[in-house]
Each structure stands twice: as C-alpha cells, then as structure tokens.
Design a protein around this ligand. Structure first.
Ligand code: SAM
Ligand code: SF4
Ligand code: SF4
Length: 366
C-alpha cells in the first residue's frame, strides 16, 4: 500500500493518508488554531491571457512555460465531488479563480453543478468568481443564468497607459469597465474591484480609482503587493501599506471612517466616506489576518493548499483517482484541516519572504 501511495502522488505532494477511523463530517471542523473551514477557493486553470507584472511576469511565463497538461486538470465532476465534501465539512462559500477562470471552456457548466450544492442544513452556497474582466462583457449573463451569485473584478488603474503596462498584454481599461457594467446589469452584485498597489507602478492611481469607484455601487479594495510565488521579484520597498493608502485618500479630501467587518474572517478592512461610498484595504503584508483565516485552496490539478504561501499541497486528485470513497476522502480532508497551523503572513519578515520556493499565485488562485 505504501508504494502505491508514493506512485499516485508526487514527491512534493504525497497522497494524503486515510485515517484508520473514518470520522464523518460534522460541519464543525476546526484547525489546530481553532479556525473553522468556511471558504474554498477553486483554481480552474493555471493559464491567463494577461501577464500582470506582479503575478505572471512575461520573462517567466513565456511561450516555453510548462503549464499543466489537460489530463492533469480536475474535471468538472471531480471538482464538484471535492467541493461537496468540503461543504459537508462546513464550507459555505466557493470562489472560482485561476489563472483566468473565464478561459476554462464551458465554465458555465461547472457553475451550474456547484450552484446545485447545498449546505447540510439545505442552504445554497455563496458562489463567486474572481476575474480580470477581459471576457466578462461576453459571459456575465450566461454565468448568472448558470447560478453564479457575484464577481470580483481586478483592475489596477484607470489610466490606460498604466493599466496596459501592468497587464503587459496591452489590454484597455475601457474593456474591463464594460465587463463590470455587464456584470452589474446581469445582477452579479455586489461587485468588488481589486487593485493591487505596487509602488512606483500604479500608486499614483490610488486617488483617481478611489474617486471613481466611490461614486459607483462597486466596492474598490486596495491589495498590498504580496510575496507570492517565486517569479515576481517581490521587494518590501514596493509595498504601499494600507494605512498609507487610507492616509492619501483622506488627504485628497475624501475623509474615511472605519466600519466593522461584514463577517468574521473577511480579508478586507472596510472604510466609509460621508457620501456613502466604501473602500476596503487588504493588508496581507502589514497587518496579517491569519488568526481568522478560514480559507482552503484547491489547485487546478487537485492539490489542497491550507495557506496561500504554502510550499506544497496535498494531492486530493490522487485519492480521488485511486478510487477512494467519499467517506475516506472526507476523513482525509478532515484530518488535514485539523492539524493545520499555517500563519505565514503573521510570521513573515523581510528575511523569510524569499526563503522557500512558494507556489505561484496563477497556479493556486488568489
Ligand atoms: N485572473 C483573475 C484576476 O486577476 O482577477 C483571478 C486570479 S488572480 C491570481 C486573483 C487576485 O490575485 C487578483 O485580484 C490579483 O490582482 C491578485 N494578485 C495576483 N498577484 C498578486 C500579488 N503578488 N500580490 C497581491 N495580489 C496579487
Ligand atoms: Fe492573470 Fe489574474 Fe495573474 Fe493578472 S493577476 S496575470 S489576470 S491570473
Ligand atoms: Fe491565511 Fe496563510 Fe494568508 Fe495567513 S498567510 S491569511 S494563513 S492564507
């Protein structure tokens, strides 16, 4: 049996062991730091049509880059089966991501399958998707019809030249804005807009972006540039702390008041302007929020990562393709979560940031 395990997984991601006692899911799973499992992020592709400089720099993700072969990808049926096991363990929110999730062929079919899942008490899930917006104008209505609840759209600048430089494939701001409008018209709200702030690259866009989105129904969230993966050449000097973002917006004549979180474990701290407009800041570098982190991540090839900064995943695809039952897989997932003690962002220092070879954001999903 031991040999079979090694053959089905790989050296960095062995097949998770099946516990001797198949404890059934109770929906109340907690990890070693008493954090529940609420949120599953599912990466549906490691490919993308953008080459954002902070995520998939062109020099690394060039035409010779070894993307996953098609056979390595989880099928929609496999994704849905794994998702349903997580739902039995307490997951109430599913987020589709990537790479660029809208590049995955027939994604609406997967959305439909996931939308049919129910929590143990019979409630529908919160089903959402993060996208660069490039294909959203075309797909918003079909995604809504398939059962998607909401979208988060990434947009790093309003200035066209800066945005084209950041996505590095010459994609226009207007086309992303058209995608956001189409999503709004289709009812995929409340819509969030994510802006990664990289010093010297787009920090002059903080004020124009805040001003623009405060006058819309969309909530703009500023994300601190993170040391994910091993290819973006991350440097602490290029991080603009969220406190500085809030200070600059206030100094520009838009005073902000802190408001409470919508729910425990929310990644963004929320700030409101007197006009009713709202922004969020995601301070993954300067104010880590690991103590409430209830997120698990499933990679495109079926590896479970218990932290965005993990160096290895647990090969659930190997379990699944070896023919294990739902009860066995569920017990293995439960056992993995119970021992989870990840808190990378709380322990990160300038000296640890580059130490281990972490997985790429485009592989694991944001
Ligand atoms: N392609 C989709 C998109 O861009 O929205 C989904 C995947 S992308 C990896 C998910 C989120 O991660 C995006 O909002 C992106 O801006 C963010 N992201 C990627 N690399 C990052 C980094 N180094 N630091 C902070 N956020 C990052
Ligand atoms: Fe693609 Fe999203 Fe990464 Fe940009 S952030 S390269 S859009 S996966
Ligand atoms: Fe969660 Fe890991 Fe991010 Fe901390 S560093 S918030 S544990 S994903």
């Amino acid at each position: 049996m031991a040999e079979k395990i090694i053959m089905l997984g790989d050296a960095r991601s062995p097949m998770p062991p099946i516990p001797a006692h198949l404890e059934p899911p109770t929906g109340l799973l907690a990890d070693a730091l008493a954090r529940p499992l609420h949120d599953l992020r599912i990466s549906v592709t490691d490919r993308c049509n953008f080459r954002c400089v902070y995520c998939m720099p062109k020099e690394v993700f060039d035409k010779d880059y070894a993307y996953l072969p098609h056979a390595a990808l989880l099928s929609f049926e496999e994704i849905t089966r794994i998702a349903s096991l997580f739902v039995a363990h307490g997951v109430e929110k599913l987020r589709l991501t990537g790479g660029e999730p809208l590049l995955r062929k027939d994604l609406e079919r997967l959305v439909g399958m996931l939308a049919a899942l129910r929590t143990p008490s019979g409630r529908p899930l919160d089903l959402t998707l993060t996208t660069n917006g490039s294909l959203l104008a075309k797909k918003a209505q079909s995604l809504k019809d398939a059962g998607l609840n909401r979208v988060t759209v990434s947009l790093d600048a309003l200035d066209d030249a800066i945005f084209r430089r950041m996505n590095d494939v010459d994609f226009a701001v207007a086309d992303v804005l058209a995608g956001i409008e189409a999503a709004h018209a289709a009812g995929l709200g409340p819509i969030k807009v994510n802006m990664v702030v990289k010093a010297g690259m787009n920090d002059q866009e903080i004020i124009p972006m805040a001003r623009h989105f405060m006058a819309t129904p969309y909530v703009l969230r500023f994300i601190e540039y993170m040391d994910v993966g091993a290819s973006n050449g991350w440097n602490l000097a290029e991080v603009i702390p969220s406190a500085e973002v809030v200070r600059r917006i206030t100094a520009a004549g838009m005073p902000l008041t802190a408001i409470g979180a919508n729910y425990t474990g929310e990644t963004a701290a929320r700030w409101r302007h007197a006009s009713g407009g709202e922004i969020g800041v995601i301070s993954s570098v300067t104010q880590a929020f690991c103590s409430d982190c209830s997120r698990a991540r499933l990679s495109t090839e079926g590896k479970l990562f218990t932290c965005l900064f993990a160096t290895r995943g647990h090969d659930l695809r190997a379990l699944l393709r070896a023919g294990h039952s739902d009860a066995e897989m569920s017990a293995a997932i439960g056992a993995l979560w119970r021992v989870r003690s990840d808190r990378y962002s709380e322990t990160r220092t300038i000296n640890t940031a580059g130490l281990e070879r972490k997985v790429e954001m485009s592989y694991i999903g944001g």
